[in-house]
Design a protein around this ligand. Structure first.
Ligand SMILES: [Ca+2]
Ligand SMILES: [Ca+2]
Length: 180
């Protein structure tokens, strides 16, 4: 590497780091973070890959879109690519249920289906978003798309943490009694 190449590497490196640091985008409205992953996977593989990611101690999950604001935010600020979201009607045709994140098990209360969708054309059991502008479509879960990982919940304390907290509180109570 000559001097020019070293100078170039030093100039480019911080830019690369800055781009990486901004992979997760904060939605100030709900405090959740979102990360677009370009790698094309099947729906179930995207569910698993999202759950394997974590950010600031929060476990990721395949995105759940539960409001107009969240839908707009993803399209405008995270990605406008067509991406998987964590909903399925595989268990009961026509009943769309979130399978991921804090909403796992909840029937969709907010939807943004494109006109004529979901149409279950050839048995389509998974939802992808940003399909037609900001609208959604049901599609075969074996198709391959990129995906958005959402991060929202603080990690759930391990049972051992509660035990330590209890010991800590008992210790403080004892200290308070001794002071009196
Ligand atoms: Ca969500
Ligand atoms: Ca469809």
């Amino acid at each position: 590497m000559n001097a020019t190449q070293i100078r170039l590497a030093l100039a480019v490196c911080p830019l690369a780091l800055a781009a990486q640091a901004q992979a997760q985008v904060l939605n100030p409205f709900n405090g959740h973070y979102y990360e677009y992953v370009q790698t094309r996977l099947t729906w179930q593989a995207a569910v698993d890959a999202a759950a394997a990611r974590s950010f600031m101690g929060m476990q990721g999950y395949l995105v759940t879109v539960t409001s107009e604001q969240e839908s707009n935010f993803i399209f405008d600020s995270v990605t406008s690519a067509t991406v998987w979201a964590g909903g399925s009607d595989a268990a009961k045709e026509g009943t769309w249920v979130w399978q991921t994140g804090p909403e796992a098990g909840q029937v969709f209360s907010y939807t943004r289906w494109s006109g004529g969708e979901p149409n279950n054309s050839g048995n389509e059991d998974a939802v992808h978003i940003n399909w037609s502008g900001k609208a959604w479509n049901d599609i075969n879960a074996g198709s391959s798309y990129g995906y958005v990982v959402e991060y929202s919940a603080a990690p759930i304390p391990e049972p051992g943490t509660y035990a330590l907290m209890a010991i800590g509180l008992a210790g403080l109570a004892g200290l308070a009694r001794r002071r009196r």
